[in-house]
Design a protein around this ligand. Structure first.
Ligand SMILES: [Zn+2]
Length: 335
């Protein structure tokens, strides 16, 4: 009788253990179930199998998830490759930990966290490139230009910046202006100038007084480079076009500043004023009517073929009509 009692008691205990065991070992068995039965499962296609659904339960508990997914699965790498974001979530094969398991939970989440791949690129391009400019005590040199700062040797930093501005922009301005002038530009700092800058042929002269006070006005150098590549001779060109194109070049090359950006006000209120309002006008006409307007205008002025009818021939409207339009749109917006 006593042995019968113990037999019954032992049976009851065994039954209880068998009922508990699937839940207790849940974490270890389900991943295996997943992989073996659904080898195509990827971190992005979860919730398609009962196993996956049951794994998701502890998804808010990182520790539980890690434990659940501890079994490395050979199909993981292959199945997860298609999505770039998955790659970053998969540890190296020898790494015992587990984030890489096919557990549905971790995977798809963060495309955002993966974008770092993109941020890695700049690092590569950030490798220092040798400067194209070298300087001694009174000159800076590059293949495009020479800067003579002997008039004020304290302006070495400005001279280097000027040489770099010249080097960075000379070829693109030359192309934009359809200039065949490939000679080196000479920039000379002078202490006896009234103007901030002036240009004659390939010689640009800059005022030490102005640029020692405004060393960041690199756009003025770009403006003068515009004059170099205008290549006008004879002196019969309209003032507003000469200065408007040069300021347009400054604006186009990205060197506008708080006072010299293309706009119509503050000393240059009309399209015939020259400088920034003329630049705004030319920019408007080019953008609205002909993306090649500037090279054509510059070529015709250089060749002595500019006349008052030029804009009518180029756009079908007189310059005054275009000015009226410009004031109603872009000129007004940027003024
Ligand atoms: Zn000028």
């Amino acid at each position: 009788m006593k042995s019968l009692f113990w037999l019954v008691a032992a049976s009851l205990l065994l039954c209880a253990c068998l009922q508990d065991s699937p839940q207790a070992s849940d974490a270890d068995t389900l991943p295996t179930f997943n992989t073996q039965n659904d080898p195509t499962d990827t971190p992005h296609t979860q919730n398609t199998t009962p196993g996956a659904a049951s794994i998701e339960a502890p998804k808010n508990n990182a520790q539980s998830t890690a434990t659940l997914t501890a079994t490395p699965l050979p199909t993981e790498a292959a199945t997860s490759t298609p999505h770039p974001s998955a790659t970053s979530l998969i540890p190296p094969p020898n790494q015992p930990t587990v984030a890489s398991s096919p557990s549905p939970t971790p995977a798809p989440l963060p495309s955002a966290t993966v974008t770092p791949t993109a941020t890695a690129t700049p690092t590569a391009s950030a490798s220092p490139t040798p400067s194209a400019v070298s300087c001694n005590a009174t000159y800076c040199f590059s293949s495009a230009c020479t800067v003579d700062f002997s008039a004020n040797t304290g302006m070495a930093a400005f001279a280097r910046a000027a040489a770099e501005t010249c080097q960075a922009n000379n070829e693109k301005i030359r192309i934009k202006m359809e200039s065949d002038n490939t000679q080196t530009i000479t920039i000379v700092l002078r202490s006896d100038m009234q103007n901030a800058g002036q240009t004659s042929g390939n010689l640009i002269e800059l005022s030490t007084a102005w640029f020692s006070q405004h060393p960041d006005d690199q756009g003025a150098i770009v403006h003068e480079m515009g004059h170099v590549h205008q290549g006008y001779t004879g002196g019969n060109q309209p003032f507003w076009i000469v200065e408007g194109i040069a300021d347009y070049v400054r604006y186009w090359a990205g060197y506008a500043n708080s006072w010299s950006y293309a706009h119509c006000a503050n000393g240059s209120p009309h399209y015939t004023s020259g400088y920034w309002c003329s630049a705004a006008f030319l920019n408007y006409v080019e953008k609205t009517y002909d993306s090649q307007l500037l090279p054509k205008l510059n070529r015709d002025v250089r060749n002595g073929q500019y006349a008052d009818t030029w804009f009518q021939n180029a756009t079908g409207k007189t310059a005054d009509q275009l000015w009226t339009e410009c004031q109603q749109t872009d000129c007004k917006l940027i003024g």
